[in-house]
Write a protein that binds this ligand. Structure first.
Ligand SMILES: *Cc1c(COP(=O)(O)O)cnc(C)c1O
Length: 232
């Protein structure tokens, strides 16, 4: 086994163990391999090791990489999306984790209709992290729920969050708990299921699984450290 496939297997094993520790079905939790800044060769190694689900945070990187790789891969956009890039990225992605405003949701819905698509989306919620500019506040997502459900092209999966980074991964736990509680509240309010929670990264994905994550977004623990200067 090469290093990358060994690291990938180690993550899968840790995901399974975390699920079993808290009595969850490991098969109900997906691994999104976050390949941002890494070249297609690294992604090919992951594909050879059985990984088909990849996340990127920039539209340009998805558009550059996806055509060079097998068509059966699933791409998820996890980073900030500008309205003027929606049309380009929609045909290439299965899911968008970073729907952070009603305006963006409306743009995605309208363009998806024009393109004949039904994208899966997650509502990104900013749970009081001052350093992040992106995402709905909890209050905004409550207030927007009805309008979001009216957007019939969007397959709303659930919620996503990015807790502020802290060396102590336990610090993420309260954010994950809040996201799940908000999801439960919105399901009650809106009467529609929001089955999925996108939460957990390299340093805190096991805690996210303990708190209900259905998809964890893991980059550096699979692909290694990122050097942004040489990205793309
Ligand atoms: C980069 C990124 C990740 C993965 O981060 P790692 O710490 O490398 O696992 C997850 N989610 C988002 C939104 C990211 O931008």
């Amino acid at each position: 086994m090469n290093d990358l496939s060994a690291r990938l297997q180690a993550i899968r094993d840790r995901m399974t163990a975390a699920a079993q520790r808290c009595g969850r079905d490991p098969a109900a939790i997906e691994l999104l391999a976050v390949s941002k800044t890494f070249p297609v060769e690294a992604i090919r190694e992951a594909v050879d090791a059985g990984q088909l689900l990849f996340g990127e945070n920039k539209v340009q990187e998805i558009l550059g990489k996806a055509p060079q790789l097998p068509a059966n891969l699933q791409w998820h956009l996890i980073g900030h999306l500008q309205s003027n890039k929606v049309r380009k990225v929609l045909p290439q992605v299965k899911a968008i984790h970073s729907i952070g405003s009603l305006d963006l949701a409306r743009d995605v819905d309208r363009i998806a209709a024009e393109l004949g698509l039904f994208p899966q989306v997650y509502l990104e919620v900013n749970l009081g992290d001052e350093s992040s500019k992106h995402g709905f506040s909890a209050e905004q997502v409550r207030a927007s729920l009805e309008a979001l459900y009216a957007l019939k092209r969007l397959e709303i999966q659930g919620l996503m969050c990015i807790p502020p980074f802290d060396d102590d991964a336990e610090k993420s736990r309260s954010y994950f708990v809040q996201l799940r509680a908000l999801r439960d509240e919105l399901e009650q309010r809106g009467g529609e299921p929001l089955p999925r929670l996108s939460m957990g990264m390299s340093h805190d994905f096991e805690i996210a699984i303990e708190e209900g994550a259905t998809i964890v977004r893991v980059g550096s623990a699979i692909f290694g450290g990122r050097t942004y200067a040489t990205a793309a």
